[in-house]
Design a protein around this ligand. Structure first.
Ligand SMILES: C=CC1=C(C)c2cc3[nH]c(cc4nc(cc5[nH]c(cc1n2)c(C)c5CCC(=O)O)C(CCC(=O)O)=C4C)c(C)c3C=C
Ligand SMILES: [Fe+2]
Ligand SMILES: [Fe+2]
Length: 353
């Protein structure tokens, strides 16, 4: 069997294009234990996600976690599944179509966009193959994680490198590391939240919830924690919130290790005990709604807050397919395409690689 992936047919007469790979986490194919098992196995075997020595972790994963968790997680996925499929996948496809249309308007005929998942389908390998087949000799990898984390961004980049290691004709590659403080990203969040408040009124407190990671990632040099704090600070500033009008917390703890604190569950319980009349929760680190926002935040979080004595609880949806977010994606991408596209006499066209 050939070691290298097959190359697409060479067509030197067709102009080369710029590919943009929207890298995302991935989601199971169906809300069933059978579909959850291979998804969780691939996800949780990634050293970027779980750093426990392989010998010990293989046993724990295969004989405990993959026996119990698939059925439990499948039940949660079933509660958020839509007629079109998993929300993460539905929004990934919409973002791809809308973003491609925005780029086509700005740079006619130059860019091709594909969505690729770190775990599951459509895999990053398939996305790169498709971009290469569409004459892309330059690829910009755009992870849909505003804050850089080794366990999300670097895991997606690893998947790209693995494909390139087996590629004969390697395209030029650029990556977007993070955009946690990008003005357009903060503005897209601000306008989403303000529009929500115009419709539903304003809460006593806004809780900004970010996906957690083990605390030792921070201690070993992962900048994720500080980037979350900075996104939260900038968002609060843009919303004109005083320090006592918002909280930042970390959700989705997995296992027994200490994760980034404060934990969202503890924050919600404490706000409930303080008998707040209303809180709103927003998840600035998630570019689209998914299991972690729709089930853990919108459902479980509400239960935690209200059973501790809290009043109204609103979940403000993620950026999803909002025009302001798609526009922000265009601005962020164009900034990273400098030198690959040339602006001459007001016209934007391809530059030689
Ligand atoms: C085991 C440790 C995990 C780390 C570290 C982690 C980091 C991390 N995850 C996201 C984004 C998402 N995670 C999602 C689901 C999910 N996450 C973990 C575990 C870790 N994540 C698991 C086991 C799961 C699967 C669901 C479950 O069984 O609980 C999702 C949702 C996917 C979907 O299909 O909807 C997202 C998105 C980030 C950004 C991150 C590091 C910052
Ligand atoms: Fe996660
Ligand atoms: Fe979760």
């Amino acid at each position: 069997m050939a070691y290298y992936n097959p190359e697409p047919q060479q067509t030197p007469d067709r102009p080369a294009k710029v590919g943009i790979l929207l890298a995302n986490l991935g989601t199971p194919q169906a809300p069933t234990a059978r579909a959850l098992r291979p998804y969780l196995q691939k996800f949780l075997m990634d050293r970027r996600v779980v750093e426990i020595p392989r010998f010990i972790w293989c046993w724990i994963l295969h004989f405990i976690i993959l026996v119990i968790r698939p059925a439990k997680s499948a039940e949660k996925y079933a509660s958020i599944w839509t007629s079109e499929g998993s929300p993460l996948m539905v929004y990934a496809q919409r973002q791809k179509v809308l973003f491609e249309a925005q780029l086509a308007a700005a740079l006619p005929g130059l860019c091709v966009v594909e969505s690729g998942m770190t775990y599951g389908e459509p895999a990053i390998k398939r996305a790169i193959a498709s971009l290469k087949a569409q004459q892309c000799d330059r690829i910009l990898v755009f992870p849909l994680y505003p804050q850089y984390a080794a366990s999300s961004t670097a895991a997606a980049l690893d998947a790209v490198w693995r494909v390139l290691l087996k590629t004969r004709n390697v395209p030029a590659i650029r990556t977007i590391r993070d955009y946690h403080d990008h003005p357009q990203y903060i503005q897209a969040l601000t306008s989403k939240i303000k529009a929500y408040w115009q419709q539903h009124g304003q809460p006593e407190k806004l809780v900004m919830s970010f996906h957690g990671v083990p605390k030792f990632h921070l201690q070993k040099g992962d900048p994720y924690y500080y980037q979350c704090l900075e996104s939260g600070r900038l968002l609060a500033q843009s919303l004109d919130l005083a320090p006592n009008q918002y909280e930042i917390a970390f959700q989705s703890r997995f296992g027994r290790q200490e994760w980034l604190q404060p934990y969202l569950a503890t924050t919600l319980e404490s706000l409930g005990k303080q008998k707040l009349n209303r809180i709103d929760v927003v998840c600035p680190g998630f570019s689209s709604d998914c299991l972690e926002t729709l089930e853990e935040i919108a459902m479980e979080g509400k239960h935690l807050f209200q059973s501790a004595g809290g009043g109204d609880y609103h979940y403000i949806p993620a950026l999803n397919d909002d025009p302001a977010w798609i526009d922000a994606m265009r601005v962020i991408a164009l900034q990273h395409l400098q030198g690959w596209i040339a602006d001459e006499a007001g016209e934007t066209k391809a530059a030689s690689p």
